[in-house]
Design a protein around this ligand. Structure first.
Ligand code: ADP
Length: 576
């Protein structure tokens, strides 16, 4: 089945597609009961559709022309019944169909989202968010549409085609020969158009990704764009993107039009020919009028399914483009994974961090950020991590949070190699307050609780007091329940940073990192914040990164990162 599907597709790696179909099937399989039920309904509905013209034939030939009143009434009642049942069935069918395709769509998307959550910042840094968005949205829907809609349309097409062919031959085998000419012609045409449609569809998907990326990137940056008066330029960019999208969309429309129009015309021609020959027979008295009318209806019914079956080719092309784009996300491997038997950190861990001959460099960059660097961040101390901008301090923190693993050497916390820890276990114990603070849409309360959703109201209250948020909360119309705008745009840099500190307090970490966290506030406020942090997190390991000498004056130890090496200098007088 998978081989058959992938063989239907040109221009792509077959083995890769087979894998993709197999993956897709894992989402369809759990729904097999619902699918069987819907299939039965479809069989029934197709049979009813096929019955209608036959009733018309009986009504005309045995009722009207034979002047049989009883037959007339019976056929009319039968037609009403078939009509009512068909309508009812189509309602039920549509409901179940939506339910089924919704389930498949949502489980696909949830699965992908969960997968994205395991990927490193490197992955997100290298991709346009708009592009990921368009894959998760448009492409996933495209796949779902194929997985469900096309499957059922194929089934009812096959049933309709076989049924209509049988009835055509029953009515007149000679006229049925027309279909033998028609169908191969249609098949040849649609096969020829297929590749074109596939190529143009891929372009359209890419254009749509360009557009979403543009919006995702520029909307949050509106203030900056206004500040540098580049609104017109961005508008022109959008204009260009829309234009090229529209041009390609129209090209696809034209291609799709011809893909459909030629078979449509062929069908009309065949039908006219059937009327001409069949009509002649009727006039000559060799054939009945009802049969001619039924024949022409079945002719339409036979070519419709051929078109939709071949349209399925087009659908497979479209879908395979989307499937490949989605699989591209699926194939991205997480750089960081939990070991099979992860180690645990003790509840009362001390928070000692040890870098043991650690080397690390970014892919594609020649200069190593860390080059056999070794040092110890003693448990419970406050440590300044210093070094010029761009030397790799944030990278070192990323290694500590296990966003990356070192190429060589080990990073240890309380003697446990980070590679032996599940990332979640580690990150729960390390709180990071960085320069750019992530706030979500939601209330202030929800934002403060983000890292520790189980924290009680009293704990939140205590944390906000300690983080000196009380004044802000009192000034807000609804206090802690005030909704924050998009990304907390109503808060100042200093206020955001206090929210982050309140968050960190609730997280109860063993290690606290302030990465340029206080650069947004003045020196006096900063000194106050640092004093507070030292009070609240006394006894925990605290790492401070800052360029201000005043921030770093009261620390127990300074560690300098320079040329890939870590050098510790004790700032306290020697004990002896
Ligand atoms: P610091 O925090 O000391 O200012 P960083 O750790 O942010 O320094 O960056 C160290 C170096 O690594 C810089 O030269 C920076 O350009 C580079 N760098 C940072 N992040 C990446 C990345 N994701 N990919 C490639 N290079 C990076």
């Amino acid at each position: 089945m998978f081989r058959w599907l992938s063989a239907a597709i040109d221009g792509q790696d077959r083995g890769r597609l087979e894998d993709a179909f197999r993956w897709l099937y894992t989402f369809v399989r759990p729904q097999s009961k619902a699918i069987m039920g819907l299939m039965l309904l479809s069989v029934f509905a197709s049979a009813l559709v096929l019955l209608q013209p036959w009733l018309t034939k009986l009504l005309i030939d045995d009722g009207l022309l034979a002047k049989d009143y009883g037959m007339l009434v019976t056929m009319s009642v039968a037609m009403i019944l078939v009509g009512v049942i068909s309508t009812g069935l189509s309602g039920i069918n549509r409901y179940l169909h939506t339910q089924l395709s919704g389930k498949i769509l949502f489980s696909l998307r949830e699965h992908l989202y969960a997968h994205l959550q395991t990927l490193s910042p490197q992955f997100f840094g290298g991709r346009r968010i708009g592009d990921i968005l368009s894959r998760l949205d448009g492409d996933v829907s495209q796949i779902q549409r194929f997985a469900v809609d096309s499957m059922f349309s194929a089934l009812s097409s096959v049933l309709g085609l076989v049924g209509a062919l049988v009835l055509l031959v029953t009515l007149s085998w000679k006229l049925s020969l027309l279909v033998l000419v028609l169908i191969p012609l249609e098949i040849l045409w649609l096969r020829w158009m297929r590749r074109k449609v596939e190529r143009q569809t891929r372009i359209i998907r890419e254009r749509s990704a360009d557009l979403s990326s543009f919006l995702v990137e520029t909307l949050p940056a509106m203030k900056f764009i206004q500040a540098v008066s580049q609104e017109k330029r961005e508008s022109r960019k959008l204009n260009r993107l829309s234009d090229s999208y529209l041009t390609d969309l129209l090209k696809l429309q034209v291609t799709e039009f011809f893909t459909q129009a030629i078979p449509g015309t062929l069908t009309s021609l065949t039908r006219a020919t059937a009327f001409l020959i069949g009509g002649y027979w009727v006039i000559e008295g060799q054939w009945q009028l009802g049969s001619l009318i039924a024949f022409s209806t079945y002719l339409g019914m036979a070519t419709g399914p051929v078109q939709s079956l071949l349209g399925l080719y087009v659908a497979i092309q479209r879908m395979s483009v989307s499937l490949d784009r989605v699989m591209d996300l699926r194939r991205a491997e997480p750089d960081i994974t939990a070991p099979e038997h992860p180690a645990k950190l003790a509840d009362d861990m001390s928070g000692e961090i040890c870098f043991d001959r650690v080397s690390f460099s970014y892919q594609g960059r020649s200069a190593p950020i860390l080059d056999h660097a070794s040092t110890v961040f003693p448990a419970g101390a406050s440590i300044a991590l210093i070094g010029p901008s761009g030397v790799g301090k944030s990278t070192l923190i990323d290694l500590l949070m296990r966003y990356y693993d070192p190429e060589q050497g080990r990073v240890l916390i309380d003697g446990v190699n980070l590679k032996q820890l599940a990332p979640m276990e580690l990150r729960k114990r390390v709180a990071l307050v960085s320069q750019d603070i992530t706030l979500f849409r939601g209330t202030l309360m929800e934002n403060i609780r983000y890292a520790a959703p189980e924290a009680s109201d009293a704990q939140v209250q205590a944390a906000t007091d300690q983080a000196q948020l009380t004044e802000l909360i009192e000034s807000l119309p609804m206090g802690l329940e005030t909704p924050l705008g998009e990304r907390g745009s109503q808060l100042s840099g200093g206020q955001k940073q206090r929210v982050a500190i309140a968050r960190a307090i609730l997280q109860k970490p063993a290690i606290l990192i302030l990465d340029e966290a206080t650069s947004a506030v003045d020196e006096a406020t900063e000194a106050e914040v640092i004093a507070n942090v030292n009070r609240i997190f006394a006894g925990k390991t605290r790492i401070l990164i800052s360029h201000r000498a005043s921030t770093l004056s009261g620390v127990d130890l300074r560690i300098e990162l320079n040329s890939g090496l870590l050098v510790a200098e004790n700032t306290l007088p020697e004990a002896e």
